[in-house]
Design a protein around this ligand. Sequence first.
Ligand code: HEM
Length: 176
Amino acid sequence: MGLFFKKKRVESHLPSFTEKDVKLSISKGTDLDRQIQMINLTKQDLLLLKSLKPEIEKQIVTIIDSFYELIAKKGNLVSIIEKHSSIERLKKTLTLHIQELFDGIIDDSFLQKRLTIAHVHVQIGLEPKWYLAAFQDLLSSFIATISNLQMSHTEQAKLINAVTKILSLEQQIVLE
Ligand code: HEM
């Protein structure tokens, strides 16, 4: 009995939502709809992402700093950034962008935003290999955040799976 209560308490510290709190609304028969089916991204995944959002928010400064520390090591990427924007500006943009990934919403606006991001990165001449390489740092940070949560490995694996699905979808859209 004691164990039962202990387990319940540690697992309940992520907020829980119901299906009406998330949105998966993509026109049927489109490529995006098929991509979502192919990676089996479900409302259940969106619920998991949304429940993770407060934990990501707690770590967001560390996540963003780590991302730009990595970029700062690559001279050509710093040059691109300084030519078109600034690290300070992009830190704010990426902070918002990452938080939105955990809103549990995939709709036309989600798609449009990623198409704009793709366009912007093509315009500045960012090669896909650097975009993808930078993504790994975000994934590692998300996994580190999840690994530090007090919950069963099964629950952690579900969260990590949901995170990899949304990042995969994002990459599929931006790199198309
Ligand atoms: C712009 C995300 C990688 C350089 C943006 C924007 C987002 C974003 C959301 C704003 C787009 C808009 O204006 O609507 C990401 C993500 C990345 C990534 C998620 C990978 C995980 C990179 C890398 C560079 C870079 C590696 C290095 C050069 C820029 C620049 C802009 C920009 C310079 C601003 C362009 C402008 O305002 O004219 N990015 N980015 N991004 N990104 Fe990235």
